[in-house]
Design a protein. Structure first.
Ligand code: GDP
Ligand code: IMO
Ligand code: MG
Length: 425
């Protein structure tokens, strides 16, 4: 089974970091394929909390090789901070982390553009993480980006930076009323990053393809979630990359036929950070209760996450578009104290059921969720690691979700720690 792809099935923060860390023991390499430091993947090992933004969540297993693929947009300062933090906490990173020379860089001007664009949008803002993600992917598509490999060719780098800055400075000065970015300062900044990145830059596509030829097992770690995918998500309230399974192929440079498993990470309820439609959102009562019980505050920005019941229309959609072979259901323990647990099984508009995810996702603002109410279990599932130890109603809840979304739940997570996990394989 050479490549297993991990995707988020909802709006991000499903617990991908915990599951990737837990599965890393079984593979040789872990590779991130899209997104940037907008991601915040939490891993808890021996009670110690690690929040990874760019480095794959497999890095805490000493001896495993980790890759940041060409599809990721790399903020070098964030990456270096993360490397230094891990090394400071006793994990060697050099020699087992490789970053694609083809990955595009995020510079301070991308973050300025991100924040200025959001401010100018006013009430129409996306609610981005402000990490420069949209502007960096826009530069990549417009062929104005600077790639890691360019850092090691100073003359060419200056040409790239000049091309990138021309339209930005026009926008910054004329539209956003800000100072232009000085080209000398920008080039100097890029060259300063080259010093530290030189140890990590590599042709990671080739590295991964060689590993596949040698029958190595690779875990491809997605960021964000399918509903934040730039094509298949709740556009325009999405991130700027392919957070669905295809992102792994393009973002790592590996053949699609190597993918043998697609594991969707689904939270036992739903959360979302930032703006955009969210049919099962509960703004009062059980919503704030879920936030408190689940500790639902952003791992990157600290923003409170919007919370609501499990949405099986979203779940089924994610299973279909990603060809999901199995599901990891996380945070089941957060539902322990609820007497009743509604599950959204369909959407309705004016009393008429839609029966599917609407093609026009702006309708998600207008739909009423159709709920089926499951009985709670009112017992602790925290840290349970055997399926048979789960209360009967918890097993019923799991079974009903499997039926509704159309895939088997082979992993159930019952806590933050590695061993608070039930494996059903
Ligand atoms: P990611 O972005 O998908 O990696 O998810 P985040 O790390 O942003 O958010 C998930 C949060 O839930 C983190 O604080 C995890 O430590 C925590 N978590 C993961 N799985 C479980 C679980 O099964 N139960 C509980 N209570 N917390 C969990
Ligand atoms: P992980 O990998 C949850 C959201 C932002 C915003 C939208 C666009 O931890 O699951 P961006 O900065 O990407 O341009 O913001 O996407 N967003 C996330 N929400 N988890 C994430 O990552 C996210 N990354 C981006 O809140 O709504
Ligand atoms: Mg997160």
């Amino acid at each position: 089974m050479p490549v297993t792809v991990i995707i988020g099935a909802q709006w991000g923060d499903e617990g991908k970091g915990k599951i990737v860390d837990m599965l890393t023991d079984r593979v040789d390499m872990v590779a991130r394929y899209q997104g940037g430091a907008n991601a915040g993947h939490t891993v808890v090992v021996d009670g110690e909390v690690y929040i990874l933004h760019l480095i794959p969540s497999g890095i805490l297993h000493t001896g495993k090789v980790c890759v940041i693929g060409n599809g990721v947009v790399v903020d070098p300062e964030a990456l270096i901070r993360e490397i230094d933090e891990l090394e400071g906490r006793g994990f060697s990173v050099k020699g087992r982390l490789f970053v694609s020379s083809r990955a595009h860089l995020i510079a301070p001007y991308h973050k300025i553009m991100d924040v200025a664009g959001e401010t100018a949008s006013g009430a129409g803002k996306i609610g981005t993480t402000g990490r420069g993600i949209g502007p960096a992917y826009a530069d990549k598509a417009a062929r104005l980006g600077v790639r890691i490999g360019d850092l090691f060719r100073p003359d060419y780098l200056r040409e790239r930076v000049a091309a990138a800055l021309a339209p930005k400075n026009a926008l910054l000065t004329h539209l956003y009323g800000q100072k232009p970015v000085d080209i000398d300062e920008a080039v100097e900044w890029y060259l300063a990053q080259a010093v530290r990145l030189a140890d990590y830059a590599a042709d990671t596509g080739e590295l991964l393809r060689h590993a596949l030829r040698d029958d190595k097992e690779i875990l491809a770690e997605g960021a964000q979630g399918s509903m934040l995918d730039v094509d298949h998500g709740t556009f325009p309230y999405v991130t700027s990359s392919t957070a669905t399974v295809g992102g792994a192929v393009a973002g790592l440079g590996i053949p699609p036929m190597e993918i043998k498993r697609v594991i969707a990470i689904m939270k036992a309820y739903t959360t979302r950070v930032g703006e955009g439609p969210f049919p099962t959102e509960l703004t009062e009562g059980d919503g704030p209760r879920l936030r408190k019980l689940g500790g639902e505050f952003g791992a990157t920005t600290g923003r409170p996450r919007r919370c609501g019941w499990f949405d099986a229309v979203v779940g089924r959609y994610a299973v279909e578009i990603n060809g999901v072979s199995e599901i990891a259901l996380t945070k089941l323990d957060v539902l322990d104290g609820f007497d009743e647990i509604p599950v959204c099984v369909d959407y309705a508009i004016d009393g008429k059921r839609l029966g599917r995810m609407p093609e026009d996702m702006s309708l998600l603002d207008k739909v009423t969720p159709v709920y089926e109410t499951m009985k709670g279990w009112n017992a602790s599932t925290t840290e349970t690691d055997r399926y048979s130890d789960l209360p009967e109603n918890a097993r019923r809840y799991i079974g009903r979700i499997e039926e509704l979304v159309g895939a088997k739940i082979s992993i159930v997570s019952t806590g933050k720690a590695r061993d608070a996990t039930i494996l059903r394989w």
